[in-house]
Design a protein around this ligand. Structure first.
Ligand SMILES: [Zn+2]
Length: 351
């Protein structure tokens, strides 16, 4: 067992027996923290390196070497797989968008019972008009299109720019200036693309980093979880985990800057059975509330190119109505980045 920064310790599990013991210790808790490290997780060349698990207080942290423990048929891993699959054991994660896919690809295990603290953070920000940093985080990104937003404040409805774990911890004041992530490792992430996670033996600096992330998640959870009804966020977390059903989907979304935002139809559940519509930019199929809608204009008004994209939460169908072919989030990002349109962005009948 090695020490790790402010209060946390970890056990590096490099044998199947050690993985079994880790699962036995953690099975005493109905809530565990889960965090994954690896190269380009969720992308076509993505590969898991470490699965980090702990109790909610991060007093027992286990770092499982996935590259060494790669035989998914080894019975010693069964208790671990059970922990991951059981919906009644809550897994607290920070940004688990790639976990479902990576864990399924590596071990053939379906991760369930997840509460994503990134969504908890978003849902506890308060109104966008509030003057604190978290509440203003989305608005600041769209400063260059603020005139459009002021004309139609509802353009930002349901749009949330994500915070990183470190930034969130700093904003919540659960860490001081020296308590954040190791800058040497975050720099390596930027320059190396995460390939360092595939080196063996894994440097102590990376093990410390993985354990420290668990400690950060624990501290953030301590502050945020009492502020929400956790049960309400289970389904949203499950939707969040499914936004990248394939590695290609994430690869397509990164250059569009969509990975910086909570995807639409995640925090607010789409109405069951309601029709879904294709966005020509992000290529997701979304509920109608994610698109601008309007009444079909008369022939004389048809040429009016300045017609604003309206946000409308009311379900409108039939030829008397039209929707924009690109979702609200895509419209805002594309306008902010002065993006050249590559597809047909226009009004289309709501049939
Ligand atoms: Zn879109």
């Amino acid at each position: 067992m090695a020490t790790n920064g402010p209060g946390a310790q970890y056990t590096f599990c490099t044998t199947y027996d050690a993985a079994t013991r880790a699962a036995q210790v953690l099975s005493a808790s109905s809530t565990i923290i889960l965090h994954c490290q690896g190269r380009d997780l969720g992308l076509p060349d993505g590969e898991l390196s470490i699965i980090a698990l702990s109790d909610p207080a991060a007093s027992e942290v286990f770092l499982l070497d996935v590259l060494l423990l790669c035989d998914k048929h080894n019975p010693a891993l069964a208790p671990l797989f059970s922990l991951l699959e059981r919906p009644d054991i809550t897994k607290l994660v920070w940004d688990g968008r790639t976990y479902l896919l990576e864990i399924a690809d590596t071990y053939g295990v379906l991760l369930q019972g997840v509460i994503d603290l990134q969504l908890v953070e978003v849902s506890t920000r308060g109104k966008k008009s509030e003057k604190n940093l978290r509440a203003q985080h989305t608005m600041r990104y769209f400063k260059s299109v603020m005139k459009d937003i002021r004309n139609n404040p509802r353009l930002l409805d349901g749009i949330h720019r994500l915070l990183g774990l470190d930034s969130c911890a700093a904003n919540l004041r659960v860490i001081n200036a020296l308590g954040g992530k190791d800058p040497a490792v975050t720099n390596l992430h930027r320059t190396d693309g995460g390939s360092m996670w595939l080196h063996r033996p894994l440097p102590a600096m990376l093990l410390d980093y993985a354990a420290h992330d668990i400690w950060l998640i624990s501290r953030v959870a301590d502050v945020l979880l009492p502020r929400v009804s956790v049960e309400q966020l289970r389904e949203a977390s499950a939707r969040y985990m499914r936004v990248y059903p394939t590695r290609e989907a994430k690869e397509a979304h990164v250059p569009l800057e969509l990975s910086k935002f909570v995807p639409l139809d995640v925090v607010d559940a789409p109405l069951p059975g309601a029709p879904r519509y294709y966005c020509a930019r992000c290529e997701r199929t979304l509920s109608l509330s994610c698109f601008g809608t309007r009444q079909t204009p008369t022939e004389e008004a048809e040429g009016d190119s300045d017609t604003p994209v309206n946000v409308c939460s009311t379900v409108l169908t039939g030829p008397a109505f039209q929707r924009w072919t690109v979702c609200h989030l895509c419209v805002l990002i594309a306008c902010r980045n002065l993006e050249v349109q590559t597809g047909p962005w226009e009004w289309t009948p709501l049939l």
